[in-house]
Every structure is written in structure tokens, then in C-alpha cells.
Design a protein around this ligand. Structure first.
Ligand code: ATR
Length: 276
């Protein structure tokens, strides 16, 4: 009798219906002709641990984890990658013989998107400006430091949040007052919006970019809309921009490789499949 089981994975969150990951994985599975399934799983915090402990017995190879479970996912793991530990949260769980392995691929996705969108980007060429100090900012800061930026100027409306974050990442991070963020753009090689400003339905983006040099590479982790007010304003200054959708696509690659055993490509077709 065959013990062949179709590989399963999924994305766990609450809410989960808006997640684009099921569409992304379905596209890659069909593109590569791989027999497998990837499901959206709505799980409340009270049920998270029990669900995670049950999934491997149901044939799941692993799962992506999104809000509000990213810290709980780290806590439940038997092994934790260095970057997940530094970020303090996990988005990718892999179920192995030796237990649950937790990783955080958000920062990888962030930098891979920039490298694909701007192959000649030189992170070491000058300071990076990061706007925002929420959960997404942690992964962005970690990956920018790994990529070799010399310094990071971190501005957040609530300064205390930026200071807490800076304290965990060390001396490369300089905290800037939100009302002086415009000065932080002076001489920057890279500028990143990790706040919800400019997102559909959120507050409008109203920062002054007049100090931003035309040589800077600018990106926004907001991808609804794809072309955000920050990106439009940066292009008006002559800057190159990379939209945030690729971060979502690239952060999914390591999980796909581990659970389905093949390396998916991020292409225009991938973007179209996710946006459809
Ligand atoms: P995430 O974890 O996805 O990054 P978050 O923790 O809610 O989300 O963080 C949202 C970010 O957008 C924060 O940096 C927030 O600033 P505060 O820390 O001061 O709340 C920022 N943000 C949201 N609305 C803003 C506004 N109107 N002006 C400036 N920053 C704003």
C-alpha cells in the first residue's frame, strides 16, 4: 500500500479571508505542476496552539502565520531561526521530525523585492530612512542591517515606539522626530514607508520629500494601492521606486521551497495571479 500523501500547507490568521497567499500558492503549484494544497485557516488566538499541534498529524508540512499569531508562533517553536529571534516574531512554521521550526521571512521578502526591482541598488551607499515602528518595521530594520546599510534614520509618530525598536537593534539606528522626518531624507540612499499612511482607507500621506535626493531608491510596504502617494511623490523627485507587492511574493518563497520541494519564481505572471 502506498503511503504517499499529498503535501498540505496553509496560512493561519484571524481574520484570514483577505489573505492573498492562497491565490499565490495555488498559482505556483499549478505553474509547476505540483500536487499539493494550501488553505486559508481562520484560527482564534485561544485555539492557536492546539491547531498547530494537530496540523502535522493531518499531513501539513508547515504554515504561514499572520496577525495576530506571529509572536505566539515564535513561542511555540522547538527551533527558531536567528532572524526570527531578532525580529521577535515568526511568519513561517515548518513541521519536521524534530519538532516545529520557526522562521521569519518578511525581511528576506523585503530585500529580495528591492534587489529584483532595482538590481543595482547599493544599500551601503548611504543612510536608509525608515518611517514607522510597528511590526513590519522590525523585519525591515533587521533586513536592512543584514544588507549592509551604514545607518538607519527611524522616524515614527510615537517617538517612544521608535526608541524601543532602536534599543533592540543597536547603534546603527538613529531616532528622528516625526515632525523633522523631512530632514532625515537629506542624503538618503534608501527610503521606506512602513506606516499605514497612504493605504486605501487610512490617513493620507503628507510628508515633505523635498530633501530626498534623486539617487535614492524608494519603496512602500503598502501595496493597496500599488502605486502609493509616497512612491508617486518620490518619482516626481526623479527617484526610482519599487512597489510593496513583491515583498509579499518573495516572503512566501522559503516556505514554498520547504513544504513543496521546488523553488518558485516571482514574475509578472505571479503578480497578475495575485492581483486577479
Ligand atoms: P504594522 O505592525 O503592520 O506595522 P502597526 O503596529 O499598527 O502596524 O503600525 C502602524 C504604523 O503606522 C505605526 O508606525 C504608526 O505610528 P504610531 O506608532 O505612532 O501609531 C503609523 N501610523 C498610523 N497612522 C499614522 C498617522 N496618521 N501618522 C503617522 N503615522 C501613522
Amino acid at each position: 500500500m502506498s503511503t504517499h500523501r499529498i503535501p498540505l500547507a496553509g496560512v493561519i490568521g484571524a481574520p484570514i479571508s483577505h489573505s492573498r497567499s492562497p491565490r499565490l500558492f495555488a498559482h505556483w503549484l499549478s505553474e509547476m505542476g505540483i500536487e499539493g494544497h494550501y488553505a486559508p485557516l481562520h484560527v482564534e488566538p485561544a485555539d492557536f496552539e492546539q491547531v498547530i499541534r494537530t496540523l502535522p498529524r493531518m499531513g501539513f508540512r508547515g504554515a504561514n502565520v499572520t496577525l495576530p499569531h506571529k509572536e505566539a508562533a515564535l513561542a511555540i517553536a522547538d527551533r527558531v531561526s536567528d532572524r526570527a529571534r531578532r525580529i521577535g516574531a515568526a511568519n513561517t512554521l515548518t513541521f519536521g521530525e524534530d519538532g516545529i521550526h520557526a522562521d521569519n521571512t518578511d525581511g528576506h521578502g523585503f530585500v529580495a523585492n528591492l534587489r529584483q526591482g532595482a538590481p543595482d541598488w547599493q544599500p551601503e551607499a548611504g543612510p536608509a530612512v525608515v518611517l514607522g515602528a510597528g511590526g513590519a518595521a522590525r523585519a525591515v530594520l533587521d533586513s536592512l542591517i543584514e544588507a549592509g546599510v551604514p545607518t538607519i534614520r527611524l522616524a515614527n509618530r510615537t517617538r517612544a515606539r521608535a526608541e524601543t525598536l532602536a534599543a533592540t537593534f543597536g547603534p546603527k539606528i538613529e531616532v528622528i522626530d516625526w515632525d523633522r522626518a523631512n530632514e532625515a531624507f537629506d542624503g538618503a540612499a534608501t527610503a521606506v514607508n512602513t506606516t499605514s499612511l497612504g493605504m486605501k482607507g487610512a490617513d493620507p500621506f503628507d510628508l515633505d520629500l523635498s530633501a530626498l535626493p534623486a539617487s535614492a531608491l524608494v519603496t512602500d510596504i503598502v501595496y493597496v494601492p500599488l502605486d502609493t502617494p509616497m512612491l508617486i511623490a518620490a518619482r516626481a523627485r526623479g527617484c526610482r521606486t519599487v512597489d510593496g507587492l513583491g515583498m509579499l511574493l518573495h516572503q512566501a518563497v522559503p516556505g514554498f521551497e520547504r513544504w513543496f520541494g521546488a523553488t518558485p519564481q516571482v514574475t509578472e505572471a505571479t503578480r497578475a495571479a495575485v492581483l486577479a
